[in-house]
Design a protein around this ligand. Structure first.
Ligand SMILES: Nc1nc2c(ncn2[C@@H]2O[C@H](COP(=O)(O)OP(=O)(O)OP(=O)(O)O)[C@@H](O)[C@H]2O)c(=O)[nH]1
Ligand SMILES: [Mg+2]
Length: 423
C-alpha cells in the first residue's frame, strides 16, 4: 500500500506571561508539545502583562502583531499557552481569521493519538467531551434554532444548542459507565494485592524522564527470564498512558510490585487529571514512590516542581519518595551512581547504577520497619516461607530447636508469625 505523508501544519506559538515565574520554560515546553503533535513551529509571540485580556486573551495591539506574524510566517494555526475561555476562543478567531488551538486542546490531541487501550481511550474521550461541553455555541444555521418539530427526540422549543449539550452529557454518562466497569475490575485486583500485602513501588515523574526504561532495566536485571513483561519506552512525550504493574523479586527473595504510569507536564488539563485518576490510583496507594527526573535536562527543577504539584492535586502525599536523577550519562562531569539518603544519581542504561537503585529501593521499603528475631520450629515450614515472602531477611541460621531468622517486617503483617518473635 502506498503511504501518503501529510505536510505538518505550521503553528505560531503565543502566550501571555501573567507573572508566571516559569513562563519562559512553559513556552519552550509548548513547542515540544506541538512537535509531539506533528506540528511545525514557525514562530513565537509573547506578551508580558500581569493579566490576560478578558475578551481576547491578548491586548489589542498584540492581536494585530500576531495577525501580521501569522501572515508573514504562513501559519495555519495560532497555538496559545493556556486554556482559553469559550468566548476568548470565539473572539480571537473572529479577529484573527485563523484557527486557534489552546494548550488543553493540544494535550488532549496528543493523548488521543497515543491512547491504545480501552481504558486510556475512554479516559481521553471523557476529558475531551468535558472540554467541549461549555464550548458549544449556537449554530450559524437559522433553521437549527427554530425548535419544535424536526428531530424526533427534540423537546418542544429545544434549540440545537440544548440538543447538542444533551447529547454530549449523555455521551459522558455512557463513557463514565464503561470506564467504571474497567475500574471495578482493577479495584478488585488491587484489593487482592493488598490482602497479599506485597509492597507497591510506583514510578512517577515528568513525561520522557525515563520511567518505563527504568522499569524495564530493573525487570531485566532481576527477572531476566521475562522479556515479555517489558513495557513500551520511547523518546516521545506521553509514550505511556496506562499503568503497568510487574512483580519484582529481589536478590533476598523479597517481592515487591513495581508500577509504571502516565507522565506529567506543566498545566496538565484539569479534566485530564480527573479522567486519569483511576490510572494513577496505583501511585496513590503505593508504599514508596520513585520520582524519576531527567537530570540532563536544564529545566529539571521546573519538571520536578510540576510533578510535585500534580501529585498534590491528586492528593498523593505522605508517601516516602526516592528522588531518582536519571540520564546522568548525558550530563557532563557527573559521577554515577551516587547515593545520598533518599536521592540517587543514575543512568537507566547502566547496570551498576540500576543495581544501586535496586539496593536503595530495598533499603527504603524496609527501613521504616523494626528488626525482629524469629525462632521458627522445624515443623513450621510455612512460617519460614511466610517471612521470606513478606520480610527483609538479614540473617538466617539453623539452631537446635529451629530456624533463627532476623528480619524487618511490616508490623501489620506480623499476625501469623508473631508467636515466634524472640524477646
Ligand atoms: N541516554 C539515556 N537515555 C535514557 C535514559 N533513560 C531513558 N532514556 C531514554 O529516554 C527516552 C524516554 O524514556 P521512557 O522510559 O519512555 O520515558 P517515560 O518517563 O516512561 O516517558 P512517558 O511514558 O512519555 O511519560 C527513551 O528514548 C529512553 O531510551 C538514560 O539513563 N540515559
Ligand atoms: Mg513511559
Amino acid at each position: 500500500m502506498e503511504e501518503t505523508y501529510m505536510q505538518p501544519k505550521k503553528v505560531l506559538i503565543t502566550g501571555v506571561s501573567q507573572r508566571q515565574v516559569n513562563f519562559d520554560y512553559t513556552m519552550r515546553e509548548l513547542g515540544e508539545l506541538a512537535r509531539a503533535d506533528n506540528l511545525e513551529v514557525v514562530g513565537d509571540v509573547r506578551q508580558n502583562i500581569d493579566q490576560a485580556n478578558h475578551a481576547t486573551y491578548f491586548g489589542k495591539g498584540k492581536v494585530q502583531e500576531i495577525k501580521e506574524r501569522a501572515v508573514a510566517e504562513d501559519a495555519d494555526i495560532i497555538l496559545i499557552n493556556d486554556e482559553l475561555s469559550p468566548s476568548q476562543i470565539r473572539n480571537l478567531e473572529k479577529e484573527l481569521g485563523i484557527s486557534i488551538l489552546d494548550r488543553t486542546q493540544l494535550i488532549l490531541e496528543i493523548f488521543a493519538s497515543r491512547a491504545k487501550t480501552k481504558e486510556a481511550q475512554l479516559q481521553v474521550a471523557i476529558a475531551e467531551a468535558k472540554y467541549q461541553l461549555p464550548r458549544l455555541h449556537p449554530s450559524e444555521n437559522k433553521l437549527d434554532q427554530q425548535g419544535g418539530g424536526g428531530t424526533a427526540n427534540r423537546g418542544a422549543g429545544e434549540t440545537q444548542l440544548e440538543l447538542d449539550r444533551r447529547l454530549i452529557e449523555k455521551r459522558i454518562t455512557k463513557l463514565k459507565a464503561e470506564l467504571a466497569k474497567i475500574d471495578q475490575q482493577q479495584l478488585v485486583q488491587r484489593r487482592q494485592r493488598t490482602k497479599n500485602a506485597i509492597p507497591v513501588v510506583a514510578l512517577v515523574g515528568y513525561t520522557n524522564a525515563g520511567k518505563s526504561t527504568t522499569m524495564n532495566r530493573i525487570l531485566q536485571r532481576l527477572n531476566p527470564d521475562t522479556p515479555e513483561k517489558q513495557v513500551f519506552e520511547k523518546d516521545m512525550l506521553f509514550a505511556t498512558l496506562d499503568t503497568s504493574v510487574r512483580e519484582i523479586v529481589l536478590p533476598n527473595q523479597q517481592k515487591f510490585l513495581l508500577s509504571d504510569t502516565v507522565g506529567f507536564v506543566t498545566k496538565l488539563p484539569h479534566h485530564l487529571i480527573q479522567a486519569f485518576k483511576s490510572t494513577l490510583a496505583e501511585a496513590a496507594s503505593a508504599d514508596l514512590l520513585i520520582h524519576v527526573v531527567d537530570y540532563s535536562d536544564p529545566n529539571y527543577l521546573d519538571m520536578m516542581e510540576t510533578t510535585q504539584e500534580t501529585l498534590e492535586s491528586l492528593n498523593i502525599k505522605d508517601i516516602p519518595v526516592i528522588e531518582a536523577y536519571n540520564k546522568a550519562d548525558l550530563k557532563p562531569d557527573t559521577r554515577y551512581p551516587e547515593v545520598d539518603g533518599n536521592q540517587i544519581v543514575y543512568s537507566a542504561r547502566d547496570e551498576v547504577a540500576i543495581d544501586a537503585l535496586i539496593a536503595l529501593i530495598n533499603k527504603q521499603l524496609f527501613e521504616q520497619y523494626p528488626t525482629l528475631d524469629f525462632l521458627v520450629p522445624y515443623t513450621e515450614g510455612q512460617a519460614v516461607s511466610y517471612l521470606s515472602d513478606r520480610a527483609n531477611i538479614t540473617k538466617q541460621s539453623y539452631e537446635e530447636d529451629g530456624t533463627l531468622i532476623r528480619a524487618q517486617i511490616n508490623p501489620d503483617l506480623l499476625g501469623p508469625v508473631k508467636k515466634f518473635v524472640q524477646a
